[in-house]
Every structure is written in structure tokens, then in C-alpha cells.
Design a protein around this ligand. Structure first.
Ligand code: TRP
Length: 329
């Protein structure tokens, strides 16, 4: 079985875009791979979140992982900071990483532009921490979105550079695992682009039915089709796209046809869409409620995940120390 490693920053609230973009695929992958999924809480420190918020978001992310179907019996699920070996590999790797290549990282340049007052070293070395997450478990595959591909490319560079400098064949170069055509991109409710956390266009797994109804009813549409078979505007097409994943095919067909023959009423479309989203999220929502009142279970899951992850991580760190010459006298 191939070792798969992936992390998600603890935003605390997964939206339908995260669910269909990542979680569904993670759930599938855990069946046939040796998967490790972790909550990247150290990464989120670059923006100095309020400590209580951070802790709550880590807890909520774990709940959402489990409620979405990640199974601690099938995959190793852990919190990044519970594996302190990560920090150690990160500092060792920093010695073979050049400032120039970090400065040229696209995500870093974006952050500098967005936040010129908080250009910290953690942000600069973000790709090194991510490489540590991956290399510490000798991952073969890393499921990532487009925005993370450069980081993975850098992970490969660091791995092969380490091997070259120390004349070893130690680290494996991981490949990006792209879900390709299987990847469902969920658009937002504001008429254009992807569903996002901060854009206010998203539906969260933790949203109550009344909230979902309100959000869907407010979704952006257009003034309606005026002639038969006219092309569908982006905003309306976005609603159809969401409908494609949550509604049954008869429903989708009905509304697409009523668009084509100009009888569609967007109010009806939205009502149906809201109910179908609710039908879809309700079981997940209920599992979240259950888990959230089961502190023991959450603690135990995190503890067992950390134990398993540390087994693999501590072995790597021991070997890397030895290779680099950090040896006890
Ligand atoms: N940087 C990733 C993101 O923002 C999260 C992440 C951290 C990650 N470490 C990782 C993903 C290791 C895959 C493997 O989405």
C-alpha cells in the first residue's frame, strides 16, 4: 500500500467546496492506501490566530474530519503539533534550504503583497514545514490542489538535495496526487468563482438548516432566460453545478429543461436546492453534534493518531540526525 500524507489547515469550518474537493477523496483513498491525514495547526500560526480560537478550530476540524467519514481504523488521523518531531525535522531541513528559493515561492510573494506588515520567517519557511510533514513519513503521494503544487515541487527539491549533500538515497520524492476529472469544484453563491471560507459565499457543514435556506435564497442569479435555449449565465450555472452534486438527476433535469423553455422560477430552483443541500448535510451535521458532545472519543482519537504518527516520525528524525552527524557522544 502506498503512503499518502495530507494536511488541512484548521479553519474550523469546512464548506461544501472543501467537502467535495478534499474530504470525499480522502475518504475514498483511505480504503486502498496507507493514509495519514493531519490538522496543520503549526502552519496556521503564521497569522497569529487567537490561541483559544486556534484550539477550538483544531477540535472542530477533527470533528468535521470524522463526521465526513475519515476513519481512525483505516487512516492515521492526527494533529500536527502532537508530533513534535515535525519541528525537529523542520529545523534540520532549514539548513539545506536557500533563502533565494523561498523568496521566489508564489504563495510567499502573494502573502507579502497581501500582508506587508507581517512578513515573518514562518511564512518564508512555510514550504520547509510542509516538506517536513511529508518527508517525515516518507510519503509517496500527496493529494493537493493546484495552489500547493509548487510546495510539493519544493519538497522534491529538498529531498533530492538532502540525498545529494549527504550522499545517501534516503528521502523519497513524493508525487502530487491530482484527482483530475474526479475533482468536483464547488462554486460559490455570489455569482462567480469558487466557494471559499472568507468570501462569504459558502455553505458550511456546520450550518443549521435555517442558515442554509437563507444563504441559498440570497444566492446571486440573473434576470432570467428570455428566449428558448439561451446560454446559461455563470451565476445560474453555479447553482446548477451545486445541484448536480446534491440533487437527484430528475430534479436537475427538470430545472435545466425549465430554464431551456423559459418557464424556470429561480425562487423554486433555490427552494429545491436548499432542501437538497440540507438533506445531504443533515447526516454529517448530526454526526458532528454527536462527536462534539463526546470529549473522550475526540481525545482518544487524537491520542491514538499522535502515537501512530510519532512512531513513523521519530524513526525518520533519528535516521536524519545520524545521517547529518548529530550523534550523541
Ligand atoms: N499547505 C497546505 C494548505 O494550505 C496544508 C498542508 C500543510 C499540507 N502541510 C501539508 C498539505 C502536507 C499536504 C501535505 O492547503
Amino acid at each position: 500500500m502506498e503512503r499518502v500524507v495530507s494536511g488541512i489547515r484548521p479553519t474550523g469550518r469546512l464548506h461544501l467546496g472543501n467537502y467535495f474537493g478534499a474530504m470525499v477523496n480522502f475518504v475514498k483513498m483511505q480504503e486502498t492506501n496507507d493514509c495519514m491525514f493531519f490538522i496543520a495547526d503549526i502552519h496556521s500560526l503564521t497569522t497569529h490566530p487567537n490561541p483559544v480560537d486556534l484550539q477550538g478550530n483544531v477540535r472542530q476540524t477533527l470533528i468535521e474530519y470524522l463526521a465526513s467519514g475519515l476513519d481512525p481504523e483505516k487512516a492515521i488521523i492526527y494533529v500536527q503539533s502532537d508530533v513534535p518531531e515535525t519541528y525537529e525535522l523542520y529545523s534540520l531541513l532549514n539548513m539545506i534550504v536557500y533563502i533565494g528559493e523561498l523568496n521566489r515561492t508564489t504563495s510567499f510573494k502573494d502573502k507579502v503583497r497581501q500582508n506587508p506588515n507581517n512578513v515573518n520567517a514562518g511564512l518564508l519557511t512555510y514550504p520547509v514545514l510542509m516538506a517536513a510533514d511529508i518527508l517525515i513519513h516518507h510519503a509517496a503521494k500527496v493529494p493537493v490542489g493546484k495552489d500547493q503544487e509548487q510546495h510539493l515541487e519544493m519538497t522534491r527539491t529538498f529531498a533530492s538535495r538532502f540525498n545529494n549533500i549527504y550522499k545517501v538515497q534516503y528521502f523519497k520524492e513524493p508525487t502530487a496526487f491530482n484527482f483530475g476529472h474526479e475533482l468536483i469544484k464547488i462554486p460559490g453563491l455570489d455569482g462567480s468563482g469558487k466557494m471559499g471560507k472568507s468570501k462569504g459565499n459558502g455553505i458550511f457543514l456546520a450550518d443549521e438548516p435555517s442558515v442554509i435556506r437563507k444563504k441559498v435564497m440570497k444566492a446571486v442569479t440573473d434576470s432570467g432566460p428570455t428566449e428558448p435555449n439561451s446560454s446559461v449565465s455563470e451565476s445560474v450555472n453555479n447553482l446548477f453545478t451545486i445541484m448536480d452534486v446534491v440533487s437527484d438527476s430528475e430534479t436537475v433535469k427538470f430545472f435545466r429543461e425549465s430554464y431551456a423553455n423559459c418557464t424556470i422560477r429561480y425562487g423554486d430552483l433555490k427552494k429545491q436546492l436548499a432542501e437538497d443541500i440540507i438533506k445531504f448535510t443533515t447526516p454529517i451535521y448530526e454526526r458532528m453534534q454527536e462527536l462534539s458532545s463526546n470529549e473522550e472519543m475526540l481525545k482518544k482519537t487524537a491520542r491514538i493518531g499522535a502515537e501512530k504518527a510519532r512512531e513513523s516520525a521519530s524513526k525518520t528524525v533519528r535516521e536524519v540526525r545520524e545521517i547529518m552527524g548529530i550523534r550523541t557522544l
